[in-house]
Design a binder for this molecule. Structure first.
Ligand code: ARG
Ligand code: ZN
Length: 856
C-alpha cells in the first residue's frame, strides 16, 4: 500500500493533552492512556487511533464504556458526536518479545522506547502522525530493584514508593511532565538499573540545566567524552544559531540494542551505546568524533525537529537535512574544517551518490513510500544537508542566520514543511529560490562539464549540466548549481582572480576571463560547493599542479583524488598503469611540512574500490582490486623512505584526543598500510609491534587491519589476542567482526560465512549484524565473488533477520540492488537472490519495498 505526499490532509482530530500510565513489566506492561481529543473543523468522521499489534482491553469515552467502536485492521475507530471528549484505553504489551526494537522493548535488562517514525502505535492507540502535537504527562510504576531509575520526557514531577499492604512488594513510581507540545514520535521512557554521569549547563539567559548521561554502572568511566560534547553543543547552538535549551533537565541514555544511531526524544535522548561509550582503550578516534557528532546532532534536534517539527514524513529532510548540516558545521568548528568537509564528501560519495544512481533513488522530499522507515536514507540526511548548505552559500552567513531566525520564530511549536523553510530563506535572504526548489523534487546527481580553453590573453570556460533519469523521473530540468571557482597561473601558481561564486542555472553557460598573463588552471566546485559530479578537460599535469598549489584545501584534495581516479580507471580499462604522476603528487603532499597531518592522511589515500567502480560503465571488481593494489604497491615501494619517515615522525607520546594527535595517528596507520603494500619484509613485524604496544584503539585497530589484510602468521596471533582481550566488550567485538568482513584477502567470503556461525555472532543485535553482514556487503571484491556465494550468504542472513527486525534487515538490501552495474553473470545471480527474498512468505513490508523496487 503506497502513501502519497499529494494525499496529505490535516488531522480530523487533535489531541492537545495525553496522560499515560505504565505498569512496567518485561512480559506484560499495562498501558493506560487518557486522551483529550478535539474535533478539527466541521466534519463527521470518527476518531481513528493507530495501533500496531495492539488489542484494546477497554475503551471509555468521557468515563463510560464506548459504544460502537471497531477495529479497522490494526487501528481503533471510535464514532464521536461532540466537539471534544476524553478517551481512555487500556492495552497490555510485552517489551521482552519485541525484537523489532520499535515501540517499548527490553535491552540488556532495561526497558526503553523507540517511536520514530511509527513506533508509538505499538505502545498505545493514538493518531500517530507528526502533525498531532500533545502535552504529555507520564506515570511509570515498576519493580524498584529491577528498575531503580524511571525516566521520561520533560521534567520530573514526583516519585515515591508504592504504599504498603501487599503492594509493599518493592515497587515504586515516578511522574514526568513535558510542557512542550510534541508529536508522538518524540515520546520516550526508560526504566532500568542505571547510573548517571551528571553535569550542568547554564544557558545564555541564565537557566540552569541538569545534564545526565545514563549507563550501566560499569560503563560510567566511558561517558566523559559524551558529556563534554553535549556541553560544547549547547554552547555552540547558542552562539551560532541563538538557540537555547528549554527544560530543566536533559538526559541521554545509552542502550545496546538500537536500530540506528540515536533518537532526539524531547529531553530524553536515547542512544545506541556505540555513540556514547568511549575510552582510549576501546574507542578509535573515528568513534570519538562520531560520538561528538551524534550527541550534537540529537541535541540540535531540540530546535530543528522538536520545537519545529515536520508536518508529515515526506518532510523528513526538513529536520534531518538541516540537523545534519548543523552537526557538520559544529564538528568542523571543533577541529579542521577542511578535513571535516573531506570526510563528509567522502561519505556522501560512498553512500548517497550510489543511492541516487540506483533503483532506490528518490528526491530529498519524496513523493511516495510504502514504509517510511526505508526513507531514513543518505539522500534525506546527507543530500538534504547539502541542499541546506547550498542555500547558506547563496545567502551568505548573515542572511542565512536571519533566515533561520525567521524560520524558528515563525514555526515554533508547529509542524512545518520544506516549503516553509525555503520561503524563510527567500524572505530573509531577498532571493528567489523558485528554480532552486528542484533540489527537493528531482532525484539524481547532476553532472557538470567544465571545459576551459585559452586563446592568447583570454580564456573561455564552458559549463554545462545535466541530471540523469531516475526511477519515475525520466526527464529532468536544469538545477541551480552554486559553483565556487578560481583560476591559478599554470607557471607561477599564483591566483589569477578572486574566488567567484557562479550560479549555473541553464543547461549551458559560458564565462570569459580576460587579460590573462599566463596559462590558467581551473579550480572548480571548491569546498564542494554543489553536490555534483564534475568532469573537466584538465590534464594529469593540471591536477598534479593543483594538488600542490590550490589554496582551497578541499580543492587540493579533490585534484589529488581525480588524478588517482583517472590513473586507476585507465589502468582498469587498459590493464596497465602509468603511476609516475600519482607517485610524484603523493610525495609532494606527504613531505609538505606546511600541511596538517590529518589532511595529509586524507589526501594520500587512494579512492575506494567501490568509488572506482562508480566511475565505470560495468564494474569489474577483480580488475579494480588488482589495479588499486598495483598502485598501492608502487606507491609503497617508490616512497618507502618517505612512508618510514612519516611513520616514525608520527609516533606520539601518551594518548591524547586533540586534532594534532589524531592527525598523527591517522598518518601513522596510513603509512603502515603503504609499508605493508610495498611488500617490505618487516611490515608484519612493524604492524604487530604497533598492535601490541598501542595505548589506544586507533593504533591497535589500524595495526590489526593491516595484519588482517595480509598473510603473515602474526595475523592469527593478533586476531586471537584481540578476541581474548575484548571478549566481554561487545562494542569492541563488533570491530573484530567488522575488520575481518572488510578484509581484502581472497578468502574473505568463506571467513565471513564461518564467522556467522561464531558463538558471539547474533542477528538479534543490530550493531553485530551490521558489523558482519553490512560490512561484508560493502567489501566490493569479496561480496561480488564471481561464484555468487556472497550474494547467497547475504540473502540468507537478510531473510533470517527480517523475521526478527525488519527495519535493520531492509537497510542492508541496497548492495544487492546494484545488479545493473555489474556484468550479466553477476547481475543474474544478484537478481535471483532479490527474487528469492521477495518470494519469502511472511516478508515484512520494509523488505518487500526495498527488494521489489531493487528488481525494477
Ligand atoms: N531521528 C533520528 C535521528 O536522525 C533517527 C530516527 C531513525 N528512525 C528510523 N525509523 N529509521 O537522529
Ligand atoms: Zn536526526
Amino acid at each position: 500500500q503506497i502513501i502519497r505526499r499529494e494525499d496529505y490532509r490535516a488531522p480530523d482530530w487533535f489531541v492537545p493533552e495525553i496522560a499515560l500510565d505504565f505498569d512496567l513489566d518485561p512480559t506484560a506492561t499495562r498501558v493506560q492512556a487518557t486522551l483529550k481529543v478535539e474535533r478539527n473543523g466541521a466534519h463527521d468522521r470518527p476518531l481513528v487511533l493507530n495501533g500496531d499489534a495492539l488489542a484494546a482491553e477497554s475503551v471509555l469515552v468521557d468515563g463510560v464504556e464506548a459504544q460502537g467502536w471497531t477495529m479497522d485492521g490494526p487501528d481503533l475507530v471510535i464514532p464521536l458526536t461532540g466537539e471534544s471528549h476524553t478517551i481512555e484505553t487500556v492495552v497490555t504489551i510485552a517489551p521482552e518479545r519485541n525484537t523489532q526494537l520499535q515501540g517499548l522493548y527490553a535491552s540488556s535488562g532495561m526497558l526503553c522506547t523507540q517511536c520514530e517514525a511509527e513506533g508509538f502505535r505499538r505502545i498505545t492507540f493514538f493518531p500517530d502522525r507528526p502533525d498531532v502535537l500533545s502535552k504529555y504527562k507520564v506515570r511509570m510504576t515498576g519493580d524498584k530493584a529491577r528498575f531503580p531509575v524511571l525516566l521520561a520526557n520533560g521534567d520530573p514531577i514526583a516519585q515515591g514508593d508504592c504504599e504498603g499492604g501487599d503492594a509493599g512488594d518493592g515497587r515504586h513510581w515516578a511522574e514526568w511532565h513535558d510542557p512542550f507540545p510534541k508529536p508522538s514520535y518524540l515520546f520516550a521512557l526508560v526504566a532500568g538499573d542505571l547510573v548517571a554521569n551528571k553535569g550542568h549547563f547554564t544557558t545564555m539567559s541564565g537557566r540552569k540545566v541538569d545534564l545526565g548521561i545514563w549507563v550501566r554502572e560499569a560503563d560510567l568511566p566511558k561517558t566523559d567524552h559524551a558529556l563534554h560534547a553535549l556541553k560544547l553543543s549547547m554552547a555552540w547552538d547558542e552562539s551560532v544559531y541563538g538557540r537555547e535549551y528549554d527544560l530543566d533537565v536533559f538526559n541521554i541514555v545509552a542502550v545496546d540494542d538500537f536500530n540506528f544511531g540515536a533518537m532526539e526524544n524531547k529531553g530524553l535522548n536515547v542512544f545506541n551505546s556505540r555513540y556514547i561509550l568511549a575510552d582510549p582503550d576501546t574507542a578509535t578516534d573515528y568513534d570519538y568524533d562520531a560520538i561528538a557528532a551524534v550527541v550534537a546532532h540529537e541535541y540540535f534536534h531540540n530546535w530543528s525537529g522538536n520545537r519545529v517539527t515536520c508536518r508529515d514524513w515526506f518532510q523528513l529532510s526538513l529536520k534531518e537535512g538541516f540537523t545534519v548540516f548543523r552537526d557538520q558545521s559544529f564538528s568542523g568548528d571543533q577541529g579542521s574544517k577542511a578535513v571535516k568537509r573531506i570526510e563528509d564528501v567522502r561519505g556522501l560519495r560512498a553512500s548517497q551518490f550510489p543511492e541516487d544512481s540506483g533503483p532506490l533513488a528518490h528526491p530529498v522530499r519524496p513523493d511516495e513510500y510504502i514504509e517510511i522507515s526505508n526513507f531514513y536514507t543518505a539522500t534525506i540526511y546527507n543530500k538534504g544537508a547539502e541542499v541546506i548548505r547550498m542555500m547558506s552559500t547563496i545567502l551568505g552567513p548573515q542572511k542565512f542566520r536571519a533566515a533561520t531566525d525567521l524560520y524558528f520564530d515563525r514555526f515554533d511549536g508547529t509542524a512545518a514543511t520544506c516549503e516553509d523553510f525555503v520561503r524563510c530563506m527567500e524572505e530573509a535572504g531577498g532571493v528567489d529560490l523558485t528554480q532552486f526548489r528542484r533540489w527537493y523534487s528531482q532525484a539524481g546527481t547532476p553532472r557538470v562539464s567544465a571545459n576551459l580553453t585559452q586563446e592568447g590573453g583570454k580564456a573561455r570556460l564552458k559549463l554545462a549540466q545535466s541530471v540523469p533519469p531516475t526511477p519515475g523521473q525520466p526527464v529532468k530540468e536544469p538545477m541551480v548549481l552554486p559553483l565556487k571557482l578560481k583560476l591559478f597561473g599554470g607557471v607561477t601558481g599564483r591566483p589569477m582572480c578572486d574566488e567567484q561564486l557562479v550560479l549555473l542555472k541553464d543547461a549551458a553557460q559560458e564565462i570569459v576571463f580576460e587579460n590573462l598573463s599566463e596559462t590558467p588552471v581551473l579550480s572548480i566546485n571548491r569546498g564542494f560547493s554543489a553536490p555534483v559530479i564534475v568532469e573537466t578537460n584538465r590534464t594529469a599535469k593540471d591536477l598534479a599542479f593543483l594538488s600542490a598549489h590550490d589554496d582551497d584545501p578541499f580543492a587540493r584534495y579533490e585534484a589529488m583524488q581525480q588524478l588517482m581516479l583517472d590513473t586507476l580507471v585507465a589502468a582498469v580499462t587498459s590493464g596497465k598503469g602509468e603511476h609516475g604522476a600519482v607517485i610524484e603528487a603523493v610525495r609532494n603532499t606527504l613531505t609538505d611540512a606546511s600541511l596538517d597531518q590529518a589532511f595529509i592522511a586524507e589526501a594520500v589515500l587512494l579512492p575506494s574500490d567501490s568509488f572506482i567502480g562508480d566511475q565505470m560503465g560495468v564494474v569489474d571488481p577483480d580488475a579494480i582490486f588488482a589495479a588499486r593494489e598495483a598502485l598501492r604497491g608502487d606507491l609503497g615501494k617508490a616512497l618507502n623512505a618517505e612512508w618510514r619517515a612519516a611513520y616514525d615522525g608520527a609516533q606520539a607520546n601518551r594518548f591524547e584526543y586533540s586534532p594534532a594527535a589524531k592527525g598523527a595517528r591517522r598518518v601513522k596507520t596510513v603509512a603502515l598500510g603503504y609499508i605493508a603494500a610495498s611488500g617490505a619484509a618487516d611490515a608484519a613485524e612493524l604492524a604487530f609491534g604497533q598492535f601490541e604496544a598501542a595505548d589506544n584503539m586507533t593504533d591497535r585497530q589500524g595495526a590489526l587491519t593491516t595484519l588482517v589484510n595480509g598473510n603473515s602468521e602474526k595475523r592469527t596471533e593478533a586476531l586471537e589476542s584481540f578476541y581474548q582481550r575484548y571478549q566481554s566488550n561487545f562494542l569492541v567485538l563488533d570491530k573484530w567482526f567488522q575488520t575481518q568482513a572488510l578484509s581484502s584477502r581472497d578468502d574473505t567470503a568463506q571467513a565471513v560465512e564461518a564467522l556467522a556461525n561464531h558463538k558471539d555472532f547474533t542477528l538479534a543485535n543490530p550493531n553485530r549484524a551490521r558489523a558482519l553482514i553490512g560490512a561484508f556487503s560493502v567489501n566490493q571484491r569479496a561480496f561480488h565473488d564471481v561464484s555468487g556465494r556472497g550474494y547467497r550468504f547475504v540473502a540468507d542472513q537478510l531473510i533470517a533477520l527480517d523475521r526478527l527486525n525488519p527495519q535493520t534487515a531492509a537497510k542492508l538490501v541496497p548492495p544487492l540492488g546494484r545488479w545493473k552495474r555489474f556484468d550479466a553473470g553477476r547481475a543474474a545471480k544478484m537478481r535471483a537472490e532479490l527474487e528469492r527474498i521477495v518470494a519469502t512468505p511472511g516478508l515484512s513490508k520494509d523488505m518487500f519495498e526495498q527488494a521489489s523496487k531493487s528488481l525494477d
